[in-house]
Ligand binder design. Sequence first.
Ligand code: XIL
Length: 377
Amino acid sequence: MSGLDRRSALKGAGATAAALAAAPLLGGTPKTPSPHSLAQAKGLRFGSATAALDPLGGSVSNPRYAALLEAEVGLLVPENEMKWQALRPGPGAFAFEPFDRIAAYAKARGMALRGHTLLWHRDQWMPAWMKDYDFGVRPAASAERMLRAHIEAVTARYGSQIHSFDVVNETVMPEDGSLAQTVLSRAMGGTEPLVDLAFHVARERLPGAQLVYNDYMGWEPGNEAHRAGVLRLLEGFRKRGVPVDALGLQSHLIVEGKARPQERAWRGFIDAVTAMGYALLITEFDVRGNGLSAAVAKRDAEVAAIGKAYLDLMLSYPQLRDVLVWGLCNRYSWLRSFEPRKDGKETRGCLYDDAFRPVPLRAAIAAAFAAAPKRTG
Ligand code: XIL
Protein backbone atom coordinates (compact mmCIF):
# COMPACT_ATOMS: atom_id res chain seq x y z
CA MET A 1 0.00 0.00 0.00
CA SER A 2 1.43 3.38 -0.87
CA GLY A 3 1.69 6.11 1.73
CA LEU A 4 -1.21 7.90 0.11
CA ASP A 5 -3.46 4.83 0.05
CA ARG A 6 -2.59 4.10 3.63
CA ARG A 7 -3.40 7.66 4.53
CA SER A 8 -6.83 7.55 2.99
CA ALA A 9 -7.55 4.05 4.34
CA LEU A 10 -6.81 5.26 7.84
CA LYS A 11 -8.41 8.64 7.41
CA GLY A 12 -10.60 9.45 10.30
CA ALA A 13 -9.58 6.41 12.32
CA GLY A 14 -9.54 7.26 16.00
CA ALA A 15 -6.46 6.55 18.08
CA THR A 16 -5.52 7.43 21.60
CA ALA A 17 -2.16 8.91 22.47
CA ALA A 18 -1.31 5.81 24.48
CA ALA A 19 -2.05 3.47 21.58
CA LEU A 20 0.04 5.62 19.29
CA ALA A 21 2.94 5.71 21.72
CA ALA A 22 2.93 1.93 22.03
CA ALA A 23 2.62 1.37 18.28
CA PRO A 24 4.67 -1.51 16.91
CA LEU A 25 6.78 -0.89 13.82
CA LEU A 26 5.67 -2.08 10.42
CA GLY A 27 8.41 -1.92 7.81
CA GLY A 28 10.01 1.00 9.59
CA THR A 29 6.83 3.05 9.97
CA PRO A 30 4.28 2.71 12.74
CA LYS A 31 1.03 0.80 12.19
CA THR A 32 -1.05 3.70 13.44
CA PRO A 33 -2.81 6.56 11.71
CA SER A 34 -0.31 9.03 10.32
CA PRO A 35 -0.25 12.54 11.75
CA HIS A 36 -1.35 13.70 8.31
CA SER A 37 -4.42 11.45 8.24
CA LEU A 38 -5.40 12.66 11.71
CA ALA A 39 -4.82 16.26 10.63
CA GLN A 40 -6.80 15.76 7.43
CA ALA A 41 -9.79 14.47 9.36
CA LYS A 42 -9.87 17.89 11.04
CA GLY A 43 -9.45 19.92 7.87
CA LEU A 44 -5.75 20.44 8.64
CA ARG A 45 -2.58 19.49 6.81
CA PHE A 46 0.62 18.05 8.25
CA GLY A 47 3.90 18.52 6.43
CA SER A 48 7.65 18.42 6.70
CA ALA A 49 10.77 20.04 5.31
CA THR A 50 12.88 17.88 3.07
CA ALA A 51 16.13 18.16 1.19
CA ALA A 52 16.45 17.07 -2.45
CA LEU A 53 19.63 15.27 -3.27
CA ASP A 54 21.58 13.74 -0.39
CA PRO A 55 21.05 9.95 -0.58
CA LEU A 56 22.20 9.63 3.04
CA GLY A 57 20.37 12.67 4.42
CA GLY A 58 16.87 13.90 5.14
CA SER A 59 16.08 14.06 1.45
CA VAL A 60 13.67 12.64 -1.10
CA SER A 61 16.69 10.85 -2.61
CA ASN A 62 17.16 8.78 0.55
CA PRO A 63 14.68 5.87 0.24
CA ARG A 64 14.38 5.47 4.01
CA TYR A 65 13.59 9.11 4.54
CA ALA A 66 11.25 9.20 1.54
CA ALA A 67 9.33 6.24 3.01
CA LEU A 68 8.86 8.23 6.21
CA LEU A 69 7.62 11.26 4.27
CA GLU A 70 5.19 9.14 2.29
CA ALA A 71 3.82 7.48 5.40
CA GLU A 72 3.56 10.57 7.58
CA VAL A 73 2.94 13.82 5.69
CA GLY A 74 0.77 15.32 2.98
CA LEU A 75 2.74 18.50 2.43
CA LEU A 76 6.40 19.22 1.70
CA VAL A 77 8.59 22.29 1.93
CA PRO A 78 12.18 22.51 0.65
CA GLU A 79 14.64 22.85 3.52
CA ASN A 80 17.11 24.90 1.45
CA GLU A 81 16.56 24.32 -2.26
CA MET A 82 14.41 27.40 -2.93
CA LYS A 83 16.65 29.86 -1.12
CA TRP A 84 18.75 32.33 -3.09
CA GLN A 85 21.91 30.59 -1.87
CA ALA A 86 20.76 27.43 -3.61
CA LEU A 87 18.89 28.86 -6.60
CA ARG A 88 21.23 31.70 -7.55
CA PRO A 89 24.84 30.67 -8.28
CA GLY A 90 25.42 34.05 -9.95
CA PRO A 91 23.65 37.38 -10.55
CA GLY A 92 22.09 36.26 -13.82
CA ALA A 93 22.00 32.53 -13.15
CA PHE A 94 19.41 30.10 -11.80
CA ALA A 95 20.03 26.51 -10.65
CA PHE A 96 16.61 24.91 -10.53
CA GLU A 97 17.54 21.21 -10.60
CA PRO A 98 17.60 20.43 -6.87
CA PHE A 99 14.23 22.00 -6.23
CA ASP A 100 12.86 20.50 -9.44
CA ARG A 101 13.60 17.12 -7.85
CA ILE A 102 11.44 17.90 -4.83
CA ALA A 103 8.66 19.36 -6.97
CA ALA A 104 8.59 16.27 -9.23
CA TYR A 105 8.64 13.96 -6.21
CA ALA A 106 5.72 15.78 -4.61
CA LYS A 107 3.72 15.85 -7.83
CA ALA A 108 4.20 12.12 -8.48
CA ARG A 109 2.85 11.30 -5.03
CA GLY A 110 0.01 13.80 -4.91
CA MET A 111 1.66 15.72 -2.07
CA ALA A 112 1.16 19.46 -1.72
CA LEU A 113 4.15 21.78 -1.71
CA ARG A 114 4.94 25.06 0.06
CA GLY A 115 7.43 27.65 -1.15
CA HIS A 116 10.22 28.70 1.23
CA THR A 117 11.35 31.37 0.65
CA LEU A 118 11.38 34.12 -1.97
CA LEU A 119 13.40 36.49 0.21
CA TRP A 120 15.26 35.43 3.36
CA HIS A 121 16.06 38.98 4.29
CA ARG A 122 19.44 38.56 5.98
CA ASP A 123 22.81 39.10 4.30
CA GLN A 124 24.10 35.96 5.97
CA TRP A 125 21.66 33.87 3.95
CA MET A 126 22.19 35.55 0.60
CA PRO A 127 24.66 34.18 -1.98
CA ALA A 128 28.25 35.41 -1.60
CA TRP A 129 28.17 37.33 -4.91
CA MET A 130 25.46 39.61 -3.54
CA LYS A 131 27.92 41.16 -1.05
CA ASP A 132 30.00 42.83 -3.78
CA TYR A 133 27.29 43.27 -6.36
CA ASP A 134 27.47 46.61 -8.18
CA PHE A 135 24.00 48.13 -8.21
CA GLY A 136 25.25 50.97 -10.42
CA VAL A 137 24.20 54.63 -10.47
CA ARG A 138 20.49 53.90 -9.93
CA PRO A 139 20.72 51.30 -7.18
CA ALA A 140 17.02 51.31 -6.27
CA ALA A 141 15.92 50.54 -9.82
CA SER A 142 18.59 47.89 -10.11
CA ALA A 143 17.64 46.22 -6.79
CA GLU A 144 13.99 46.29 -7.83
CA ARG A 145 14.86 44.64 -11.14
CA MET A 146 16.85 41.95 -9.39
CA LEU A 147 14.13 41.10 -6.87
CA ARG A 148 11.41 41.18 -9.53
CA ALA A 149 13.36 38.92 -11.87
CA HIS A 150 13.93 36.45 -9.05
CA ILE A 151 10.32 36.26 -7.91
CA GLU A 152 9.01 36.18 -11.46
CA ALA A 153 11.29 33.30 -12.42
CA VAL A 154 10.48 31.21 -9.35
CA THR A 155 6.74 31.80 -9.48
CA ALA A 156 6.63 31.15 -13.24
CA ARG A 157 8.29 27.80 -12.76
CA TYR A 158 6.48 26.57 -9.65
CA GLY A 159 3.41 28.76 -9.27
CA SER A 160 0.97 26.21 -10.69
CA GLN A 161 2.07 23.64 -8.10
CA ILE A 162 2.63 25.84 -5.04
CA HIS A 163 -0.28 27.63 -3.43
CA SER A 164 1.43 28.99 -0.32
CA PHE A 165 4.71 30.90 -0.27
CA ASP A 166 6.87 32.27 2.51
CA VAL A 167 7.42 35.42 0.49
CA VAL A 168 9.61 37.12 3.11
CA ASN A 169 11.45 35.31 5.89
CA GLU A 170 12.90 36.91 9.05
CA THR A 171 13.11 40.62 8.36
CA VAL A 172 12.47 41.63 11.99
CA MET A 173 15.53 41.77 14.28
CA PRO A 174 14.90 39.83 17.50
CA GLU A 175 16.99 42.18 19.67
CA ASP A 176 14.92 45.32 19.21
CA GLY A 177 12.17 44.57 16.70
CA SER A 178 13.73 46.83 14.06
CA LEU A 179 13.81 45.82 10.41
CA ALA A 180 16.85 44.00 9.04
CA GLN A 181 19.07 45.91 6.65
CA THR A 182 20.92 44.15 3.89
CA VAL A 183 22.85 44.85 0.73
CA LEU A 184 19.53 44.66 -1.13
CA SER A 185 17.56 46.91 1.23
CA ARG A 186 20.34 49.53 1.21
CA ALA A 187 20.36 49.54 -2.57
CA MET A 188 16.60 49.86 -2.51
CA GLY A 189 16.70 52.75 -0.03
CA GLY A 190 14.92 50.98 2.83
CA THR A 191 13.56 47.68 4.08
CA GLU A 192 9.87 48.50 3.79
CA PRO A 193 9.98 49.27 0.07
CA LEU A 194 11.91 46.05 -0.49
CA VAL A 195 9.67 43.65 1.44
CA ASP A 196 6.53 45.41 0.19
CA LEU A 197 7.74 44.95 -3.37
CA ALA A 198 8.34 41.24 -2.78
CA PHE A 199 4.68 40.78 -1.76
CA HIS A 200 3.34 42.98 -4.58
CA VAL A 201 5.28 41.07 -7.24
CA ALA A 202 4.23 37.72 -5.74
CA ARG A 203 0.57 38.83 -5.80
CA GLU A 204 0.86 40.12 -9.38
CA ARG A 205 2.18 36.75 -10.49
CA LEU A 206 0.09 34.49 -8.24
CA PRO A 207 -3.27 36.15 -7.64
CA GLY A 208 -4.70 33.08 -5.89
CA ALA A 209 -1.74 32.00 -3.74
CA GLN A 210 -1.43 32.38 0.03
CA LEU A 211 1.34 34.92 0.70
CA VAL A 212 3.06 34.50 4.05
CA TYR A 213 5.42 36.52 6.23
CA ASN A 214 7.47 33.93 8.17
CA ASP A 215 9.53 34.52 11.33
CA TYR A 216 10.76 32.90 14.55
CA MET A 217 9.36 35.10 17.33
CA GLY A 218 8.28 32.55 19.91
CA TRP A 219 6.42 32.17 23.18
CA GLU A 220 9.63 31.92 25.24
CA PRO A 221 10.72 34.85 27.44
CA GLY A 222 13.15 37.09 25.56
CA ASN A 223 10.95 37.33 22.45
CA GLU A 224 9.04 40.42 23.57
CA ALA A 225 10.83 42.87 21.24
CA HIS A 226 10.70 40.40 18.37
CA ARG A 227 6.94 39.87 18.76
CA ALA A 228 6.35 43.63 19.02
CA GLY A 229 8.41 44.22 15.88
CA VAL A 230 6.49 41.59 13.94
CA LEU A 231 3.19 43.15 15.02
CA ARG A 232 4.40 46.57 13.82
CA LEU A 233 5.41 45.06 10.49
CA LEU A 234 2.04 43.33 10.07
CA GLU A 235 0.19 46.55 10.99
CA GLY A 236 2.32 48.41 8.47
CA PHE A 237 1.42 45.91 5.75
CA ARG A 238 -2.27 46.54 6.41
CA LYS A 239 -1.84 50.34 6.43
CA ARG A 240 0.14 50.34 3.22
CA GLY A 241 -2.15 47.85 1.48
CA VAL A 242 0.55 45.22 1.07
CA PRO A 243 -0.95 41.85 0.06
CA VAL A 244 0.05 39.58 2.95
CA ASP A 245 -2.36 36.76 3.87
CA ALA A 246 -0.77 34.95 6.78
CA LEU A 247 1.88 34.87 9.47
CA GLY A 248 4.16 31.86 9.46
CA LEU A 249 5.18 30.86 12.99
CA GLN A 250 8.42 28.95 12.61
CA SER A 251 7.94 27.33 16.03
CA HIS A 252 11.44 26.11 16.75
CA LEU A 253 10.48 25.70 20.41
CA ILE A 254 13.27 26.37 22.87
CA VAL A 255 13.59 25.17 26.45
CA GLU A 256 16.39 26.95 28.31
CA GLY A 257 16.94 26.71 32.05
CA LYS A 258 13.80 26.91 34.11
CA ALA A 259 12.10 29.64 32.05
CA ARG A 260 8.44 28.90 31.30
CA PRO A 261 6.67 29.90 28.09
CA GLN A 262 4.82 33.21 28.30
CA GLU A 263 1.46 31.74 27.45
CA ARG A 264 -0.63 34.81 28.16
CA ALA A 265 1.63 37.18 26.20
CA TRP A 266 1.74 34.67 23.37
CA ARG A 267 -2.04 34.46 23.18
CA GLY A 268 -2.15 38.25 23.19
CA PHE A 269 0.27 38.29 20.26
CA ILE A 270 -1.67 35.68 18.26
CA ASP A 271 -4.95 37.45 19.06
CA ALA A 272 -3.53 40.72 17.73
CA VAL A 273 -2.31 38.98 14.56
CA THR A 274 -5.64 37.28 13.85
CA ALA A 275 -7.58 40.45 14.71
CA MET A 276 -5.83 42.06 11.72
CA GLY A 277 -7.24 39.29 9.55
CA TYR A 278 -4.08 37.23 9.10
CA ALA A 279 -4.24 33.45 8.84
CA LEU A 280 -1.67 31.37 10.74
CA LEU A 281 0.70 28.55 9.82
CA ILE A 282 3.16 26.57 11.88
CA THR A 283 5.96 26.34 9.36
CA GLU A 284 9.08 24.81 10.99
CA PHE A 285 8.18 23.03 14.22
CA ASP A 286 10.82 21.26 16.29
CA VAL A 287 11.98 21.32 19.92
CA ARG A 288 15.42 22.08 21.25
CA GLY A 289 16.97 23.07 24.50
CA ASN A 290 19.68 22.80 27.03
CA GLY A 291 16.97 23.06 29.64
CA LEU A 292 15.76 19.55 28.81
CA SER A 293 17.00 16.49 30.71
CA ALA A 294 20.12 14.68 29.54
CA ALA A 295 18.51 11.24 30.06
CA VAL A 296 16.93 10.18 26.79
CA ALA A 297 13.58 8.80 27.97
CA LYS A 298 12.97 11.75 30.26
CA ARG A 299 13.98 14.21 27.57
CA ASP A 300 11.72 12.59 24.96
CA ALA A 301 8.80 12.89 27.40
CA GLU A 302 9.63 16.57 28.04
CA VAL A 303 9.86 17.29 24.32
CA ALA A 304 6.48 15.60 23.78
CA ALA A 305 4.86 17.53 26.62
CA ILE A 306 6.06 20.95 25.49
CA GLY A 307 5.18 20.16 21.88
CA LYS A 308 1.68 19.03 22.87
CA ALA A 309 1.06 22.12 25.01
CA TYR A 310 2.12 24.40 22.16
CA LEU A 311 0.09 22.57 19.50
CA ASP A 312 -3.01 22.40 21.70
CA LEU A 313 -2.86 26.14 22.21
CA MET A 314 -2.23 26.88 18.54
CA LEU A 315 -4.84 24.44 17.23
CA SER A 316 -7.48 26.28 19.28
CA TYR A 317 -7.14 29.03 16.63
CA PRO A 318 -9.29 28.15 13.61
CA GLN A 319 -7.03 30.39 11.52
CA LEU A 320 -4.35 27.68 11.77
CA ARG A 321 -4.65 25.01 9.07
CA ASP A 322 -1.12 23.92 8.23
CA VAL A 323 1.41 22.42 10.61
CA LEU A 324 4.85 21.62 9.21
CA VAL A 325 7.85 20.20 11.04
CA TRP A 326 11.43 21.08 10.12
CA GLY A 327 12.39 17.51 9.27
CA LEU A 328 11.01 14.20 10.56
CA CYS A 329 14.11 12.46 11.87
CA ASN A 330 16.58 13.50 14.59
CA ARG A 331 19.42 12.00 12.61
CA TYR A 332 19.14 14.60 9.84
CA SER A 333 17.83 17.56 11.81
CA TRP A 334 19.45 20.96 11.36
CA LEU A 335 19.48 21.15 15.18
CA ARG A 336 22.39 18.70 15.27
CA SER A 337 24.76 21.14 13.59
CA PHE A 338 23.12 24.52 14.23
CA GLU A 339 21.87 24.21 17.77
CA PRO A 340 23.86 21.40 19.42
CA ARG A 341 23.35 20.82 23.14
CA LYS A 342 26.02 22.35 25.33
CA ASP A 343 26.54 19.01 27.10
CA GLY A 344 27.37 17.32 23.79
CA LYS A 345 24.36 14.97 23.98
CA GLU A 346 22.41 14.45 20.78
CA THR A 347 19.46 16.72 20.00
CA ARG A 348 16.09 14.91 19.92
CA GLY A 349 13.59 17.49 18.70
CA CYS A 350 11.88 15.59 15.86
CA LEU A 351 9.30 12.78 15.54
CA TYR A 352 11.73 9.94 14.82
CA ASP A 353 14.97 8.84 16.44
CA ASP A 354 18.22 7.95 14.71
CA ALA A 355 17.06 4.38 14.12
CA PHE A 356 13.82 5.63 12.52
CA ARG A 357 11.72 4.68 15.54
CA PRO A 358 8.92 7.07 16.48
CA VAL A 359 9.54 9.00 19.71
CA PRO A 360 6.78 10.27 22.04
CA LEU A 361 6.63 13.59 20.17
CA ARG A 362 4.98 11.77 17.27
CA ALA A 363 2.22 10.49 19.53
CA ALA A 364 1.88 13.96 21.06
CA ILE A 365 1.40 15.55 17.65
CA ALA A 366 -1.10 12.85 16.68
CA ALA A 367 -2.99 13.39 19.93
CA ALA A 368 -3.06 17.16 19.37
CA PHE A 369 -4.57 16.63 15.91
CA ALA A 370 -7.05 14.08 17.26
CA ALA A 371 -8.19 16.61 19.88
CA ALA A 372 -8.25 19.64 17.54
CA PRO A 373 -11.55 21.29 16.67
CA LYS A 374 -12.60 20.49 13.11
CA ARG A 375 -12.03 23.23 10.54
CA THR A 376 -14.92 23.96 8.27
CA GLY A 377 -15.18 25.70 4.92
C1 XIL B 1 18.02 26.10 7.89
C2 XIL B 1 18.32 24.75 7.29
O1 XIL B 1 17.66 23.75 8.03
C3 XIL B 1 19.81 24.52 7.28
O2 XIL B 1 20.10 23.32 6.58
C4 XIL B 1 20.51 25.70 6.59
O3 XIL B 1 21.88 25.53 6.60
C5 XIL B 1 20.13 27.00 7.25
O4 XIL B 1 18.73 27.13 7.23
N1 XIL B 1 14.64 29.32 9.86
C6 XIL B 1 14.33 29.14 8.54
C7 XIL B 1 14.89 27.99 7.81
O5 XIL B 1 13.51 29.90 7.99
O6 XIL B 1 15.07 28.24 6.44
C8 XIL B 1 16.19 27.52 8.42
O7 XIL B 1 16.65 26.38 7.74
C9 XIL B 1 15.99 27.27 9.90
C10 XIL B 1 15.58 28.54 10.60
